[in-house]
Write a protein that binds this ligand. Structure first.
Ligand SMILES: [Zn+2]
Length: 304
């Protein structure tokens, strides 16, 4: 059995897979807000509950996908938009709290690996996976291998500046990372909500904005149009660099159906090619791709 955990900003999902990849147990819980100790305790409890529900023997090795990464220098969490994780030795703390061996990887890398392995990017050589959720992350998989990079920041596209800021993009929104105008600050769920508020003086949640746009309400439709145009610009910068075969979208905002029609139509301007047949598709495993990728961390690394 394999056990994977996807630690997200608002929810945490756990999964037990049989050796042939079938699901034996699955649970989803709310992530404690801004409380590192509570998060560690929650993960330890989730592991116990998943094991109990799956009826398996003790699972000694656990894979965990998380926002951010471990610094190659200190081993401590950095770059996490769940900022309470930053600066902690999460590997040591989870090893102690769970009494098991832990492997950690960036959540977007887990997502991209899952979709490249048996998801929407199956059979593609180069897959760029994008999480559009509480935060924005990217993961690049080439020939089945995650490109982690020299400094373990491969795919951290969410903290590039949004390309070519235009008048409608200002003033640049401040990002949790300390910079302003990051892709994440525009394309995350909170980024969308913030942009809508700036242009309308109204606070609406993402689902309300999407519904209002579908209903033909002009301010919400304009917010969605800005979002799509920015997503096209941001993806074009990846396409001009690595030109992936498939771009797979995950995270809560990937459920917005209109993105798959409208964003490809906006690529012709910023992408430096006369032909653009890159597929932009939703994740096959939906919200569960991150947790599936986490569950595969152990066997993959042992095989590799
Ligand atoms: Zn940032």
């Amino acid at each position: 059995m394999r056990l994977g955990i996807d630690l997200g900003g608002t929810k945490t999902e756990g999964l037990v897979l049989t050796p042939d990849g079938a699901e034996r147990a699955r649970m989803r819980v709310a992530t404690p807000f801004d409380d590192y100790t509570a998060i560690i305790r929650m993960i330890a409890q989730l592991v116990e509950r998943l094991e109990g529900e799956s009826g398996s023997d003790r699972i000694h090795e656990i894979g965990i996908g998380m926002p951010g990464s471990l610094s190659p220098r200190s081993g401590l969490v950095r770059n996490s938009n769940s900022t309470c994780l930053n600066g902690h030795d999460i590997h040591a703390d989870l090893t102690e709290a769970t009494g098991r061996q832990i492997r950690l990887a960036n959540d977007a890398n887990c997502f991209a690996l899952s979709e490249a392995s048996d998801g929407a990017g199956l059979d593609a050589r180069c897959v760029f996976g994008v999480i559009l959720g509480t935060g924005v992350g990217g993961g690049l998989v080439f020939d089945g291998t995650v490109i982690e990079g020299r400094n373990l920041i491969g795919g951290e596209w969410g903290h590039n500046p949004l390309p070519g800021p235009e008048a409608m993009d200002g003033p640049l929104p401040v990002c949790y990372c300390g910079r302003a105008g990051c892709i994440e600050a525009y394309l995350s769920g909170p980024g969308l909500v913030n942009d809508h508020r700036q242009h309308t003086n109204e606070h609406c949640e993402t689902a309300e904005i999407v519904a209002a746009a579908a209903d033909g309400q002009v301010p919400a439709a304009a917010t969605m149009a800005r979002y799509e145009e920015r997503l096209a610009r941001a993806l074009a910068s990846v396409m001009n660099l690595v030109d992936p075969d498939v771009i797979v979208l995950g995270g809560g905002l990937s459920n917005i159906g209109r993105l798959y029609e409208n964003v490809p139509a906006l690529l012709a301007g910023p992408v430096f090619s006369d032909v653009i047949d890159t597929r932009i598709v939703p994740a096959k495993h939906g919200d569960s791709s991150g947790v599936r990728g986490a569950a595969w961390l152990w066997p993959q690394m042992q095989d590799g």
